[in-house]
Ligand binder design. Structure first.
Ligand code: ARG
Length: 458
C-alpha cells in the first residue's frame, strides 16, 4: 500500500475500520476551495521568506489552481489514503508538480491549516446566511406594510388579550430577526482571525509574515497565540449558538402560524407550495413546512449542545476530537439557510383572512379600554380595573357582549359612566389610542417598518 503522508515512523498498517473512522474527506471536501485558497496564500508567504523561489512559487500556485479546478469540475479523484481535504489536496498537488509539492507544508501543520480553512469557509457561508435572513425580513416588512389595517386579537397565554394589528404581530417576529442580523454581524470579527502560521502548536520557525497572510486571505486580524490559534473552536460554538437562537425565532413564528392556520382560528391559509396532504384523510392540508421549521430548531440546538460537549474536557491545542467540529457546523449551516428560505416562501405566499381575524375580536378584548375610559374620568386604575371586571361578569351572566349592556347597566357599576362609553367599543379606536412608541397604532407600525427598512440598508 502507498505510504500515508505521516507514515515515516510507522511500520504497521492502519486497521481498516480505524482507517474509515479517521477519515473526514467525505464531509470536509466541502472546504476544498478554502483549503486551496489558504495554500496559495501560504505558498506566497513561503516565497517571501525565501523557502520558495519565484519560479517555484509560480509552479506551486499553478498546481494548486489546477487541483482546485478539478474539485470545481467534479473530476477530482480521491485516493484511498486521502484522510482529509488537506492530505487529498497535497497528494494531488505533488502528483501534478512533483517533489516541489512537498515544500508547501514547510512550517505549516494541518492544525493551523484546518483552523484556517474552517474560518475561511464559515466567513463565506455567513454571507449567504446573512442574505437569506435579510430576504426573510424584507418579505415580512413588505407584507406588514401591505396588510397594515388588518385587525386581530393579540394573545397572552394564548387567550385573547387586546386588539392589535396583524402587521404589528408580523413585525414583532421581524424584530427578533433584526437582532439576529445584528448578532451575526457582530460575530464576524471573532471568526475573521487567522490561525495560519501557528504551526502545529508552537508557531512558525521560518517567520512567515502572518500579517501578509491575513491580508491575502481577507482576515481582519491574526491569532496572537499559536496554542490558541490551533485549539480554538469558539467561533464555531458561537455560530452554533447564533443558529440555535435564530432557529428559536423561526420556530416561535412557525408555532404562531400553525395555530392561526387551524380551522379553529382560520386567520391564515398556507399556500399549497408549503403544505402537504394526508395519505388517509382526504380533507387534510397540513402545515408541514412550519412543523419542519419548528423541528429543525431542535436539531440545530442539538448540534450546538453536542459540540460544546466535545470541547469541554479537551487539553490545550489540537486534539483529534476537534475533527468533530465539522458535521455539526455543516449540518447547522445547511439547515439554517434552508430554513430562512422556507420561512420566506411561507410568509410570501400565505393567504391571510382579515374577516376571520375580525370575527375573533370579541368585545371582551376591550375590557382594558373600558377601565382606561374611567381612568380618563379621574378614577384610579386599580379601581377601574375592578369596575371593568364587573362589567365583564355582568355581560357574561347575560350572555351578551360588553357593548350590549345599557348605559343604565353601566351606571349601576359607577356613576362616572356616561353616553360616550359606547365610543370605547371600537377596535380600530383602541389600536389607534396606542400612540406610544412600540404600539400597534398605524403611526407606530409605520415607524417599525421604517426602523426595519433602515436596518436592512445597514
Ligand atoms: N482532519 C483534521 C481535522 O479536521 C485535520 C487536522 C488533523 N491534524 C492532525 N494533527 N491529525 O481536524
Amino acid at each position: 500500500t502507498k505510504q500515508k503522508l505521516w507514515g515515516g515512523r510507522f511500520t504497521g498498517t492502519t486497521d481498516p475500520l480505524m482507517h474509515t473512522f479517521n477519515q473526514s474527506l467525505a464531509y470536509d471536501q466541502r472546504m476544498h476551495a478554502a483549503d486551496i485558497k489558504g495554500s496559495i496564500a501560504y505558498a506566497k508567504g513561503l516565497k517571501r521568506v525565501g523557502i520558495l523561489t519565484e519560479d517555484e512559487e509560480a509552479k506551486m500556485i499553478a498546481g494548486l489552481e489546477a487541483v482546485g479546478k478539478e474539485w470545481e469540475d467534479g473530476t477530482f479523484e480521491p485516493a484511498p489514503d486521502d484522510e482529509d481535504i488537506h492530505t487529498a489536496n497535497e497528494r494531488r498537488l505533488s502528483e501534478l508538480i512533483g517533489p516541489l509539492g512537498g515544500k508547501l507544508h514547510t512550517g505549516r501543520s494541518r492544525n493551523d491549516q484546518v483552523a484556517t480553512d474552517m474560518r475561511l469557509w464559515l466567513l463565506e457561508e455567513i454571507k449567504d446566511v446573512e442574505n437569506g435572513l435579510r430576504e426573510l425580513i424584507r418579505v415580512m416588512v413588505e407584507r406588514a406594510d401591505k396588510e397594515k389595517d388588518y385587525l386581530m386579537p393579540g394573545y397572552t397565554h394564548l387567550q385573547r388579550g387586546q386588539p392589535i394589528r396583524w402587521s404589528h404581530l408580523l413585525l414583532s417576529h421581524a424584530f427578533s430577526f433584526r437582532n439576529d442580523l445584528e448578532r451575526l454581524q457582530q460575530l464576524i470579527p471573532r471568526v475573521s482571525v487567522l490561525p495560519l502560521g501557528s504551526g502545529a502548536l508552537a508557531g512558525n520557525p521560518f517567520v512567515v509574515d502572518r500579517e501578509f497572510l491575513a491580508k491575502e486571505l481577507g482576515f481582519q486580524s491574526v491569532a496572537e497565540n499559536s496554542l490558541w490559534g490551533v485549539g480554538d473552536r469558539d467561533f464555531i460554538v458561537e455560530f452554533l449558538m447564533w443558529s440555535s437562537l435564530a432557529m428559536t425565532h423561526i420556530s416561535r413564528m412557525a408555532e404562531d402560524l400553525i395555530i392561526y392556520s387551524t380551522a379553529e382560528f382560520g386567520f391564515v391559509t398556507l399556500s399549497d407550495a408549503y403544505s402537504t396532504g394526508s395519505s388517509i384523510m382526504p380533507q387534510k392540508k397540513n402545515p408541514d413546512s412550519l412543523e419542519l421549521l419548528r423541528g429543525k430548531s431542535g436539531r440545530v440546538f442539538g448540534n450546538m449542545a453536542g459540540f460544546i460537549m466535545t470541547l469541554k474536557g479537551l487539553p490545550s491545542t489540537y486534539n483529534k476530537d476537534l475533527q468533530e467540529d465539522k458535521e455539526p457546523l455543516f449540518d447547522a449551516l445547511v439547515n439554517v439557510s434552508t430554513s430562512f428560505k422556507i420561512a420566506e416562501g411561507v410568509i410570501a405566499t400565505l393567504d391571510v383572512h382579515p374577516e376571520k381575524m375580525r370575527k375573533a375580536l370579541t368585545m371582551d378584548v376591550l375590557a382594558t379600554d373600558l377601565a382606561d375610559y374611567l381612568v380618563r374620568k379621574g378614577i384610579p386604575f386599580r379601581e377601574t380595573h375592578h369596575i371593568s371586571g364587573r362589567a365583564v361578569a355582568l355581560a357574561e351572566s347575560r350572555s351578551c357582549q360588553l357593548n350590549e349592556l345599557t348605559l343604565a347597566d353601566y351606571k349601576t357599576l359607577n356613576d362616572k359612566f356616561s353616553e360616550d362609553v359606547h365610543e370605547v367599543f371600537d377596535f380600530e379606536a383602541s389600536v389607534e389610542r396606542r400612540q406610544a412608541i412600540g404600539g400597534p397604532s398605524r403611526k407606530m407600525v409605520d415607524r417599525q417598518i421604517a426602523v426595519l427598512r433602515e436596518a436592512l440598508r445597514g
